[in-house]
Design a protein around this ligand. Structure first.
Ligand SMILES: Cc1cc2nc3c(=O)[nH]c(=O)nc-3n(C[C@H](O)[C@H](O)[C@H](O)COP(=O)(O)OP(=O)(O)OC[C@H]3O[C@@H](n4cnc5c(N)ncnc54)[C@H](O)[C@@H]3O)c2cc1C
Length: 424
């Protein structure tokens, strides 16, 4: 069944999974593959979550297509999974084993006849900021969420649906797929358990006053770096510095940007050291002679990741600098100056680079949109084990995790939810 556009106003399942990132997809698949019915809801127009926006992911350095497509292949034919995109939970009542969940379905304005041919996009005259590329470029008002979208179907930005110019898109669609008068809907789902896999957002780097993000053009964040390196990104994968599209020859990674800091995120997001070293690999592939600096408090590459760290230590143009960057200022010609105290030598230094990348941490989406009922959150907004309340966390909703740990966590969440649902 997979993609689901319910005709009825009430649906049932053993488990509802909230969030269609790698964790939510995994929980849904693991639940459905043993024959339990699951509803997977995602608030954006496509499954994939943050992983879809990576250029490559460690440790294998494969593009996200490999992992995500495997999940789609398992979701598509499975009669026990029903996927609802553009859907959010409005309210929840009941108890473990018997919840009633009200779901709000927002309109896509494009129906299942869409073949993603793109004829509508070609004639569309309206542009909007491309949030998938962190607003560094534009999409049309009718657009494909990303190249690995599921469903592979266009969507219209609701801000423009009433614009007269959208009628051109309707006329250009030979399949009759565009419905500008689609309306929101509310339906209810009766389920035994709820899995909360709503993931994370990047910490807002503009809040870190001393690091210049938002004021100095050539200071970017690690999530932006993923898009700058991706062929579907704003520079078609060529790493260029934003102010003048120059090829950078000196790049500085600023670890713990806002992390392990009582004024921002007191915790370690666990993946940032690996993410920066991964991104250094993107740089090395394009610029074999670039000088790369990594400013750190301590490098955290536990377990099998240590090998990865060692390969960077063996790169003579990769300079590890033990010291937290205290201040970033703008130099001449768009350059960026990183001021730090070397904690090994006690020296205060200024390092001039073309581009600085802030390794910002992960903030759980629970902070802004907490799970319903009395789910317990810890001091940072991650889901604390909730005893017996029936809402099970999965992936980064629980704690900062990489992809493979998110998958393991989500598999455990599937089992726990089956157990809770079985109480009916
Ligand atoms: C810069 C950077 C690079 C990284 N690189 C790697 C890497 O190379 N390798 C690796 O293993 N890990 C990497 N990670 C970590 C990786 O991104 C996470 O492990 C992964 O995203 C966790 O998946 P998730 O499903 O828990 O969350 P997410 O990917 O955030 O997915 C959550 C989903 O839930 C949806 N959602 C949110 N709220 C709601 C709601 N209320 N209702 C419905 N849906 C909702 C979201 O739209 C999203 O689709 C990186 C992280 C960063 C910051």
């Amino acid at each position: 069944m997979a993609l689901f556009e319910p005709a009825e106003d009430q649906i049932t399942a053993d488990t509802i999974v909230v969030g269609g990132g790698i964790a939510g997809m995994t929980t849904a698949i693991e639940t459905a593959e043993i024959g339990k019915d699951v509803i997977l809801i995602e608030k954006t127009p496509s499954l994939g979550g943050r992983v879809a926006a990576m250029h490559q992911y460690f440790p294998k350095m494969c593009p996200p297509t490999c992992g995500i497509e495997i999940n789609y292949k398992r979701i598509r034919p499975n009669p026990h999974i029903r996927v609802l995109t553009l859907t959010e939970i409005e309210s929840v009542s009941g108890e473990p084993g018997a919840f009633e969940v009200t779901l709000k379905l927002s309109p896509r304005f494009v129906n299942e006849k869409c073949t993603a041919c793109g004829d509508c996009e070609k004639v569309c005259e309206i542009e909007r900021d491309n949030d998938f590329n962190y607003d560094l470029d534009k999409t049309k008002a009718i657009y494909l969420p990303h190249l690995m979208a599921y469903p592979m179907r266009h969507v219209i930005d609701p801000a423009y649906v009433g614009d007269e110019r959208m009628k051109k898109c309707v006329d250009a669609c030979q399949y009759g797929a565009i419905e500008l008068d689609m309306q929101p809907r509310t339906i209810t789902a009766k389920v035994g358990a709820i899995v909360w896999a709503t993931g994370w957002r990047p910490y807002d780097a503009a809040k870190i006053d001393n690091l210049g993000f938002g004021q100095i053009k050539n200071v970017i964040t690690n999530v932006i770096m993923e898009r700058l390196s991706a062929v579907t990104g704003p520079t078609q994968g060529k790493i260029l510095r934003p102010s003048d599209q120059k090829e950078p020859t000196r790049i500085g990674f600023v670890q713990c940007a806002g992390s392990r800091d009582e004024n921002h995120l007191p915790y370690c997001s666990t993946i940032c050291c690996m993410a920066s070293m991964k991104q250094a690999t993107y740089i090395r592939e394009q610029y074999p002679d670039a000088e790369i600096y990594l400013f750190y408090i301590d490098v955290r590459t536990p377990g099998r990741w240590e090998d990865y760290y060692v390969t960077k230590q063996n790169d003579e143009k990769f300079h590890f600098y033990r010291g937290k960057v205290a201040k970033i200022t703008e130099g001449t010609d768009g350059n960026v100056i990183l001021e730090a105290e070397n904690t090994l030598t006690g020296q205060i230094t200024k390092t001039e680079v073309d581009l600085a990348i802030l390794a910002t941490g992960m903030v759980p989406n629970n902070v802004e949109a907490p799970p319903p009922l009395e789910t317990v959150l810890d001091d940072f907004g991650f889901i604390a084990p909730d005893g017996d309340k029936g809402i099970v966390g999965a992936g980064v909703a629980n704690r900062p995790l990489d992809v493979s740990a998110s998958i393991q966590d989500a598999t455990g969440a599937a089992l726990r939810a089956i157990n809770i649902a079985g109480r009916r």
